[in-house]
Unconditional design. Structure first.
Length: 380
């Protein structure tokens, strides 16, 4: 299972920490509303809530099925409220501490601040008392730590998956990734789409995925498309470039966090494209590709320079991806700040791009879209 921890911006959290007034209730209801669509598509949606807040009928009613609620003082939650929440599929959890028989918990949230070894020892103590307990870990500093705790039996792990936590050894792109790069370059060089259709037909798996995509509800055609040539024509060059960029992400070798990485890449691409659309920038699709490629290093497990070498990207995109410089660097910095949960770091970047008022909604919509695309792909 993959999912999200839904948090308030730090400033808002501090302001509302000791309050239980109408404003605090409204913020809690907004967080629960954000969790509902995630839970509806099978994603874990974890958020923190006080027992006092769960005593409010409106908050109790708004908790969606499938949500994971970290309760500050689970002992003080009325048994009738706990029973009502569990009856509709809500999991109730606590922060790490000395394991105890009471209260009954569905999961425990472990923090990586004390180090991975300490976290794993805590998980072991909890499992000795509650063998079937779900364990979740947050605060992991890079992808390597996320995959390490998952291999160790932690059920849910969260952290900065865009950071590798080490230098990748020299290696080459796989053959599937090279084929997709060649197709992207055909489009970048404005070559005849007939050449692209020929190349896609030469790759059975790619041809199948293209036909599956063009006939999906996402495209919404009235009639089915039965040939690769028709599919290429129907999509057009811009949408075909977008689709191939996504296929490049899917060319990654299987790893524990592959799904999370691909969703993060899709969300970044969608967010940066949406920001460009709001600003009225030319070719918003170029920013979609920029967001996707910003995650290419951990996905393909090759250095960024190696991954970009076969692609004919413009210098502006290359400078942003390789060096963090140039006019597009602020877009990547914004996406990275949001992924890291750094709302305070994101605010000045969003203000400079004149999207600060819209950013929360754009980011939420981007993640929802990425989750829906991923769920749709799994269903097919």
């Amino acid at each position: 299972m993959s999912g999200f921890e839904i948090l308030l911006p730090p400033a808002a959290e501090r302001r509302l920490a000791s309050r239980a007034d109408a404003a605090a209730v409204a913020h809690q209801l907004a967080l629960l509303a954000s969790a509902a669509p995630l839970a509806a598509v099978g994603r874990a949606a974890m958020l923190r809530v006080t027992a006092a807040m769960l005593g409010r009928p409106a908050v109790l009613e708004a908790a969606p099925a499938g949500a994971l609620l970290v309760v500050d003082d689970l002992k003080s939650l009325p048994p009738t409220a706990a029973q009502a929440l569990r009856a509709k599929g809500v999991l109730l959890g606590v922060l790490d501490g000395p394991p105890a028989r009471e209260p009954v918990v569905d999961f425990v949230l472990l923090d990586a601040g004390g180090g991975i070894d300490t976290l794993l020892l805590s998980a072991q103590r909890w499992h000795e008392l509650w063998p079937r307990l779900t364990t979740a870990a947050t605060g992991l500093s890079h992808l390597g730590d996320v995959e390490r705790v998952l291999r160790s039996g932690i059920h849910l792990a969260g952290g900065q998956i865009g950071r590798l936590g080490g230098t990748l050894p020299p290696r080459e792109l796989g053959s599937a990734a090279h084929r997709i790069c060649d197709l992207l370059n055909h489009l970048a060089l404005d070559r005849d789409t007939a050449l692209i259709a020929d190349a896609v037909r030469g790759d059975v798996a790619l041809a199948y995925r293209l036909l599956r995509y063009v006939n999906s509800p996402a495209i919404g055609l009235a009639r089915s498309v039965e040939t690769v040539d028709q599919a290429v024509f129907v999509l057009g060059r811009a949408e075909l470039y977008r689709w191939l960029s996504v296929q490049l992400m899917a060319a990654a070798e299987a790893r524990l966090a592959s799904r999370a990485l691909q969703e993060a890449a899709l969300a970044r691409g969608r967010l940066l494209e949406s920001v460009a659309q709001v600003r009225g920038d030319a070719e918003p699709g170029a920013f979609f590709t920029l967001g996707l490629l910003s995650m290419i290093e951990p996905l393909l497990q090759v250095p960024m320079a190696v991954a970009l070498e076969p692609l004919r990207l413009g210098e502006t995109a290359r400078d942003a991806l390789l060096n963090g410089r140039g006019p597009w660097a602020d877009r990547l910095a914004l996406a990275e700040a949001i992924d890291a949960g750094g709302a305070e770091a994101a605010e000045p970047l969003a203000h400079a791009l004149a999207v600060d008022a819209l950013l929360p909604d754009l980011a939420e919509r981007a993640w929802q879209w990425a989750a829906q695309v991923s769920a749709s792909a799994d269903a097919r």
